[in-house]
Design a protein around this ligand. Structure first.
Ligand code: PHE
Length: 346
């Protein structure tokens, strides 16, 4: 019996040596160690032996079983490691490969220009009017009536203003100046606000004009505000925004809601004043309209023009961006061509 056991053991060891797959090992395990396996068959014969032999042969059988179990599980472990290594090799990641390019968005140049202008005026003591004081869809009351624009003024004409069919007298605002009325109706002087936003005009589109664009309205109402204050604030703004050396000029102008009125031109950066397509040959681009708030406007919102005075201005964001970054066509801001927009990163 002893010999039989030893023979099975040598056979099993040889089989284990030869095994080359997990399946082979499972078969070996079944052949030798299962309940129907060879050892069990022999163990069944133990009961016929003498007590002494039982002890010796039983111990031997147990010893051999244990040795086989541990060689089989060692080999299982080996196969497992080999499989793992193969898998790792196959799925190896090359960390030196260049990564995938994910394009990053960034702030639109009109937004960054608006932010810059807003922060300059904030540094000069102006605060931003709440959105509700500066709606894009307006009634004629705010866009024109309260701004002293006569009923027959050509600016009301469908040529310039987009009328809606939402309701009678509802327009897409043609200027941010309506914000002046909203703010003054809700607040008494001193008032020092700016109101950025989009405006719409039925224009023929060209390199300088689009049928919607952006303005920043400014309003300062208090006692003893003069045209000198207006000039001082605007000059300071221009100095900070463009730097000291950019030629600018104040020009006489007319707006129904300011008296006296002015416009400010900045020398065209594209031609340095020589005259080009962008400035239509004049060498200058208008950036804003301004003036002293007309007494009629103050009276309309219940502010006594004998006690208070004020100035207002409305500047064009696109024009200011064009003049700073030498953009020769306003339409570039609206085409969303990444080759253009990318130039304003960071
Ligand atoms: N609203 C005027 C325009 O759109 C600009 C302006 C604003 C003029 C405030 C005077 C005062 O052209």
């Amino acid at each position: 019996m002893k010999e039989q056991l030893e023979k099975i053991y040598t056979d099993a060891v040889a089989d284990i040596d030869k095994a080359s797959t997990v399946k082979d090992l499972e078969d070996i395990k079944f052949k030798y160690l299962s309940r129907k396996g060879e050892f069990n068959e022999i163990k069944k014969g133990l009961k016929d032996l003498s007590d002494e032999d039982k002890r010796v042969v039983g111990a031997l059988a147990n010893n051999i079983t244990q040795k086989l179990e541990s060689s089989i599980s060692e080999k299982f472990q080996l196969f497992y490691e080999q499989e793992l290594n193969k898998k790792l090799e196959k799925e190896r990641i090359d960390v030196t490969l260049p990564g995938q390019f994910v394009p990053h968005g960034h702030v639109h140049p009109l937004t960054s220009t608006t932010n810059e202008i807003v922060s300059i005026f904030q540094s000069l003591g102006f605060s931003v009017a709440p959105n509700s004081d500066s709606p894009e869809v307006e009634t004629e009351y705010f866009n024109f009536d309260m701004l002293n624009v006569p009923k027959d003024h050509p600016a009301r004409d469908v040529q310039d203003t987009f009328y809606t069919n939402v309701g009678e007298n509802v327009v897409l605002r043609s200027q941010t100046s309506g914000a002046q009325v909203h703010v003054m109706e809700g607040q008494k002087p001193p008032i020092r606000i700016i109101a950025p936003g989009r405006v719409y005009r039925n224009e023929n589109i060209n390199s300088r004009k689009n049928n919607f664009f952006h303005q920043i309205e400014g309003l300062y109402v208090d006692k003893d505000i003069t045209f000198g204050d207006l000039k001082g604030v605007l000059n300071e703004f221009i100095r900070i925004y463009f730097g000291a050396s950019r030629p600018t000029r104040f020009r006489n102008s007319f707006f129904p809601f300011t008296e006296p009125s002015a416009e400010v031109d900045v020398q065209c950066i594209m031609c340095e004043g020589k005259g080009c397509r962008t400035c239509s040959g004049t060498g200058w681009l208008e950036i804003l309209g301004a003036g002293m708030v007309d007494p009629n406007v103050l009276r309309g919102v219940g502010i006594d023009p004998d006690v208070y005075s004020g100035f207002a201005f409305g500047m064009g964001v696109e024009r200011l961006a064009m003049l700073k970054y030498a953009v020769d066509d306003i339409r570039l801001f609206f085409n969303n061509d990444v080759r253009f927009l990318e130039q304003f990163k960071g």
